[in-house]
Design a protein around this ligand. Structure first.
Ligand code: URA
Length: 434
């Protein structure tokens, strides 16, 4: 078999066989197929697409390219969750302890990734001493004893995807539905859960800007999951404005803790309940959404979800005291209100721009070796639909550098659009695919 022929077949619009896909993934992972041929194939796939069978075969080949977690030592149905990512998305910090407190074991592998704020593992590292680089044995042991463990993704999980994703990133071939779906699902399948709930974000702060594309991606991922023998549900949720109010690592952890205390933002809590319910249903702990929600409300009311979160932090070497007193978290040097220069209803918030403010302040990573400042970010005080008078506080910005603060402030103010009338009502949950 020759890589040249595989590229030509796809360029001509033919479907690739399982053997061709396996040949490519194996050769590329081993370094026997050069980047220039892999890029040519990615571009051919970008233009010609892949059918359902090819997408599944690519996913499985990437899943099999490295270590696969064997979670059979964990009792019960293991349910994982994944989000395609968005601004202010701290859902995993709330949903995973809620679900674990209801008795469904959660072992979650989280990517670090590039982005406006850190990933889930970066947010957890806001707790002094929290170790996300635990061994697979510790991970399994913690799921069995605590009911919950979250670890960083190891380099051995789906290494083919790691290499290919980096290549796609610099060759303008990321935004192809089949490539995104197979990339995400290869990692999820290798991480070993029996069932997967996926949060597909839609809107200005998401990968997928339109509902049509978001539903298509959701369908593609659910199909792969089901074809690979896993139960899979996707929820499409709104990312046209930041989720909740806080954007930035410690600020988001605080908001997650508020939510576990039953005092979280409404949109965010609704999303957590929706996800938690799906995870309980797939995990066999609830018959239907109503029963699931009752259980989830109970673990919030009796604080067992909050206590489960503290147990997670402690079990992974972290100082859990801030879970019960968030004032113990370190703070940024500059904490200042940003006042509105305009008046009217907030019609739109350019979500990605808010994420970029956090990045500018040092709260995210542009390059993979960048060090995150966990204290910086912003807490919104006005969201879409709110009426704002000139001089009202739009957000509180947290920074450690005056120049960065000024740059982020300018960007922040430009991200808000106002109008004379209130915009139509929007819902956080846009749809479901199963
Ligand atoms: N996230 C991934 O892991 N892969 C993609 O291709 C896109 C987003």
């Amino acid at each position: 078999m020759r890589m040249y022929d595989i590229i030509m077949n796809k360029r001509n619009g033919d479907a690739l066989t399982k053997e061709e896909i396996d040949f490519f993934i194996e050769g590329y992972t081993k370094g026997e197929i050069p980047d220039y041929q892999a890029s040519a194939l990615m571009m051919a796939i970008y233009f010609k697409g892949m059918n359902e069978e090819e997408t599944l075969n690519l996913t499985i080949a990437m899943e099999n390219s490295g270590e696969k977690l064997d979670l059979s030592a964990i009792k019960g149905i293991k349910v994982d969750k994944h989000s395609t990512g968005g601004v202010g998305d701290k859902t995993s910090l709330v949903v995973t302890p809620m679900v674990a407190a209801c008795g469904v074991p959660v072992g979650k592998m989280s990517g670090r990734g590039l982005g406006h704020t850190g990933g889930t593992t970066d947010k957890l590292e806001s707790f002094k001493g929290f170790n996300t680089s635990i061994s697979t044995e510790e991970f399994i042991n913690n799921v069995n004893t605590v009911g919950l463990s979250i670890m960083g993704q190891t380099a051995d999980i789906a290494p083919a995807d790691k290499k290919l994703y980096a290549l796609r990133d610099v060759t303008a071939t990321v935004d192809n539905m089949s490539l995104i779906a197979s990339s995400i699902m290869s990692k999820k399948l290798a991480a070993g859960a029996d069932a997967i709930v996926i949060d597909v974000k839609t809107g200005s702060g998401a990968f997928m800007k339109t509902e049509e594309d978001s539903f298509a991606l959701a369908r593609e991922m659910v199909k792969i999951g089901n074809n690979a023998g896993r139960k899979c549900v996707a929820i499409i949720s709104d990312m046209d404005e930041p989720l909740g109010y806080a954007v930035g690592n410690i600020l988001e952890v605080k908001e997650a803790i508020d939510t576990l205390n039953g005092k979280g933002p409404e949109d965010f809590f609704e999303l957590c309940l929706t996800f938690g319910s799906q995870m309980l249903i797939l995990g066999g702990a609830a018959e239907n959404e109503k029963a699931a929600r009752e259980k989830l409300y109970k673990v919030i009311d009796d604080k067992s979800a909050l206590n489960k979160f503290a147990e997670l932090v402690k079990a992974q070497g972290g100082d859990e005291k801030p879970v019960f007193d968030t004032e113990l978290f370190p703070k940024a040097d500059i904490i200042e209100e940003i006042l509105s220069e305009k008046e009217g209803y907030v019609r739109h918030i350019e979500c990605e721009e808010i994420g970029l403010c956090s990045l500018l302040l040092g709260g995210g990573r542009e390059k993979k070796d960048d060090v995150i400042d966990p204290t910086v970010g912003l807490v919104l005080k006005k969201k879409v639909g709110d009426y704002v008078k000139r001089g009202d506080v739009l957000c509180v910005m947290h920074a450690n550098d005056r120049d960065k603060f000024e740059a982020a402030k300018k960007r922040f103010l430009a991200a808000y659009s106002f109008g004379d009338t209130a915009p139509g009502e929007k819902h956080i949950i846009v749809g479901k695919v199963e």
